[in-house]
Design a protein around this ligand. Structure first.
Ligand code: URA
Ligand code: SF4
Length: 212
């Protein structure tokens, strides 16, 4: 099966991981993407925010959450009083998956073979950063950590124990996990966008309270 595992460095911190991830061929997604988009933020962050996969802009720039969804996330973090210096941002899948519509690259949702293949990178990020809290942005991240049957709509904004059976390869574990919607879902909410944004802010308020 496909896995990033053989590409992981045997030692070193976040910088070593980022460098090694640059040449990962653990699944087929590296073929059509521009580059690996590894996590970004302070190595000692107390909170790790994890999304789905890089988008078009992230793929070009090589950094997570620099496109429209990232803009919304930045604004919401600031409004919720969460210091960006306390946050490490990453994705459960490190390469952009897309299909062409005309000459536009349309986001393609990663499947479980891809989230599984890429898991060793996220597990390694957790071991290196050692956050207290992991915030899942959207269903792909939430279900990768909490299982296929997890529903973001039912449990969003709740401070949950980090799942004891989730294998992150040893070391100290995060204490909590909290899930919310993906910022791109807020952008797509149309007429309900204000309400969707306020609900997203409420969830981030719970994050701010948890790390106070
Ligand atoms: N959406 C994500 O899930 N991650 C990014 O980095 C950008 C958009
Ligand atoms: Fe490796 Fe993940 Fe990229 Fe697949 S998506 S090639 S596992 S970094």
């Amino acid at each position: 099966y496909q896995s990033a595992e053989p590409f992981l460095p045997s030692q070193g911190g976040i910088a070593a991981l980022r460098k090694a991830a640059g040449s990962c061929r653990g699944c087929a997604l590296h073929r059509d993407a521009t580059q690996t988009v590894f996590g970004d933020g302070p190595a000692e962050a107390r909170t790790v925010f994890v999304g789905e996969q890089p988008g078009d802009r992230e793929d070009r720039e090589g950094r997570p959450f620099v496109g429209p969804a990232g803009g919304l996330l930045d604004r919401a973090l600031e409004e919720a009083g969460i210091d960006r210096d306390d946050a490490y941002l990453t994705n459960v899948v490190k390469h952009f998956k897309y299909t062409y519509r005309g000459n536009r690259r349309m986001h393609g949702k990663p499947g479980s073979s891809e989230t599984k293949a890429c898991w060793p990178w996220f597990a390694a990020e957790l071991r290196a950063v050692r956050p207290e809290l992991v915030v899942c942005l959207g269903a792909t991240a939430a279900q990768t950590l909490l299982g296929k049957s997890f529903r973001v709509t039912a449990d969003r904004g709740a401070l949950l124990d980090f799942p004891p059976d989730l294998d992150i390869g040893g070391g100290p574990r995060p204490r909590y996990v909290l899930t919310t919607v993906h910022p791109s879902a807020v952008l797509r909410a149309g007429d309900d966008r204000d309400a969707a944004y306020r609900a997203f802010l409420d969830d981030l308020g719970a994050v701010a309270e948890a790390i106070e």
